[in-house]
Design a protein around this ligand. Structure first.
Ligand SMILES: NC(=O)C1=CN([C@@H]2O[C@H](COP(=O)(O)OP(=O)(O)OC[C@H]3O[C@@H](n4cnc5c(N)ncnc54)[C@H](OP(=O)(O)O)[C@@H]3O)[C@@H](O)[C@H]2O)C=CC1
Ligand SMILES: O=C([O-])CC(=O)C(=O)O
Length: 274
């Protein structure tokens, strides 16, 4: 990563000031060692002006494709439909892009080659998941299978294309309903704003076609619950996480914290975990 500013800090830009983006912006504004918030891109500046003005050092508001001009790291936290528009100009300039809408990466995987060609990087945080360090490590050896079960409250699934297209009524559920079982790739198509975690898991491990996921609408849970089983030649492990939803019920609160932890690591002297 190159292009430190005059005070030697890495410049970070954020695309999308929703549930995740505002928390990252606030953390950077409050101070993360070695990093500074240089710019944001928003769809409707008027909507976000009060928040931006409330920051101690308000960043510039720029069009999405200009973020890479003023930043070393561009953090994508918008809907996945915007992923390409955010990531492409950044990696084309040799910058790093942190991608949270990781499901959207599957249909835009050429961006990885573009980044490689231009000296850029694409960084996928653990996000709302757990244990991608162990999955990365196991993948250095041989992983035989990765299975994930996701259970979400009704509000965490409403509007998902799979539910709409199949005309499934989840509003009146009284008990858990298995909506989907299949590959992480297919799950990302049906639930683009709900199972980014499965795609991140797949990219850390055995890929989106071999990673299996079940998605349940569960009126008995209040958190986004993910359970994962990994069978590898080096280890067998089970992981689980129960995410407190943020103001966006589809998004766990821990997601923004994961990105902040990833950003901290870019300049930290002591890094713990792979
Ligand atoms: N990797 C992971 O583990 C996880 C990933 N995610 C994913 O992260 C992404 C962000 O989630 P979240 O913050 O909860 O979503 P929100 O809906 O809360 O925020 C998205 C923001 O993007 C903004 N936006 C939309 N279009 C544009 C545009 N053209 N330019 C700039 N900004 C735009 C929206 O603007 P406006 O305010 O005007 O609507 C909104 O502020 C989603 O794709 C989500 O699926 C979520 C949870 C976990
Ligand atoms: O993966 C996602 O998009 C969101 C998710 O499951 C969570 O926040 O728990």
């Amino acid at each position: 990563m190159t292009g430190l500013n005059a005070s030697g800090e890495l410049r970070v830009a954020i695309a999308g000031l929703g549930s995740i983006g505002t928390k990252i912006a606030t953390a950077l504004d409050q101070g993360v060692e070695g990093l500074t918030l240089s710019a944001v891109a928003v769809r409707d500046p008027a909507k976000h002006q009060a928040f931006i003005n409330s920051l101690r050092r308000p960043p510039k508001i720029l069009p999405i494709d200009q973020l890479g001009e003023v930043a070393d790291i561009v953090v994508e936290c918008a809907p996945s439909s915007q992923l390409r528009a955010i990531v492409e100009p950044a990696v084309r300039r040799g910058k790093s892009a942190v991608v949270v809408s990781v499901g959207g990466l599957l249909d835009n995987f050429d961006l990885v080659d573009l980044a490689r060609t231009n000296g850029g990087r694409i960084l996928v945080p653990t996000g709302a998941l757990i244990g991608l360090d162990a999955v990365n490590a196991a993948a250095v050896g041989t992983i035989h299978s990765v299975k994930m079960v996701t259970r979400k409250p009704i509000d965490g699934l409403k509007g998902a294309p799979f539910i709409v297209q199949n005309k499934i009524d989840i509003d009146n559920l009284r008990e858990p309903l298995k909506l989907f079982e299949g590959s992480a790739r297919e799950a990302a198509k049906g639930f683009p704003a709900n199972v980014n975690v499965a795609v991140a898991l797949s990219l850390a491990g055995i890929g989106p076609d071999r990673t299996q996921i079940q998605v349940w609408a569960d009126p008995t849970v209040t958190r986004n619950v993910h359970r994962i089983e990994v069978e590898a030649d080096s280890a067998r492990f089970s992981m689980g996480i129960e995410n407190v939803p943020s103001e966006n019920p589809k998004t766990g609160l821990i997601t923004a914290l994961s990105v902040i932890a990833l950003l901290r690591k870019q300049r930290a002297t002591l890094c713990v975990g792979t």
